[in-house]
Design a protein around this ligand. Sequence first.
Ligand SMILES: *Cc1c(COP(=O)(O)O)cnc(C)c1O
Length: 412
Amino acid sequence: MAVTRTLAADVLRGQDPQLADILLGELDRQSTTLQLIAAENFTSPAVLAALGSPLANKYAEGYPGARHHGGCEMVDVAERLAVERAKTLFGAEHANVQSHSGSSAVLAAYAALLRPGDTVLALGLPYGGHLTHGSPANFSGRWFDFVPYGVDAETGLIDHDQVRTLARGHRPKAIVCGSIAYPRHIDYAFFRELADEVGAYLIADAAHPMGLVAGGAAPSPVPFADVVCATTHKVLRGPRGGMILCGADLAERVDRAVFPFTQGGAQMHAIAAKAVAFGEAATPEFAAYAHQVVANARTLAAGLAAEGLVVTTGGTDTHLITADPAPLGVDGRTARGRLAAAGIVLDCCALPHGDARGLRLGTAAVTTQGMGEEEMVWLAALVGGVLREETESPKAREEVRELAGRFPPYPG
Ligand SMILES: *Cc1c(COP(=O)(O)O)cnc(C)c1O
């Protein structure tokens, strides 16, 4: 019942039945459909408990031992613990755990290292770059001069030759590596060497794979990048939020870029929940989880390819898969709609070739539920059947409900 209490649905029931219904309705949605959104996961009841704790009441501008508010004795301990756990988990000299989100972490990283108008090299948005990597709709595209690199149209892999040529030609102040849709490991050593050659900072935006890194299932950017930005809520399975890792030499600049430059008071309930998640991520169980996430993604990718979808790069090294459903006679948007009707929730994404949208899937959430490769084989077949319209959506919806019921994200 820990979750019910954390959701506070029983508290709200008497006081605000309208909100109680929304919370319970969302719990029901998450429990009866399959979450294949690559950026999502199920946090533990302990993380939810920290998020719903009285730490949410506390104002704490500044850093432990140097706050602008009184009464920070307990939250100072919480933040120091989160910082120490993050440093140990990722082998970093410095950690800032105050970023409210992944985007806020990237904003602070730019603020620490760049001036408006500086040139930055990053993966272009059509190839899986994030909004903060130079979108004209985002501060990044407005305030910096972004030069996009791409992926090879045939292989879907980052075009290292192009990155090198662009870096030598443009002499950027920073190079960003990291993506919302790249299914393969990033060659951080390549980017480090290139950054050194052209005198650029290397910023790794590892929002997606950082949980795999914590579990030893993906290479770490920490030894290579000047600054690593990450989210804590994706594979890492913590609360919604961001963090920044860097060397001792940049610690002060990064801290000042977070507060007071881009943020106000720290969200102490989220920071406490990050500490809980870092503690969980340091366990052998989490390492096993991270490896299972990858095994599940590889099996799901192979299954989707067998169903006729074109899997970008031919597979995956991570939790993330992108695929083109066109050979089955549907575009990405139609496919997403059909799958949603069956209770399979996922995203559309850009594809390296052409203008059509593809599908983006991830295995972090279903693996947390305890699903394994057997379920991934089954799932790929169901996706194929639904997209070819061989399986009627009410029947598929029933099968999904049955599977989800066997793997409840929050038992009890
Ligand atoms: C998810 C993500 C972000 C942004 O995280 P938010 O918490 O949604 O702001 C930034 N960069 C990359 C590469 C991401 O995958």
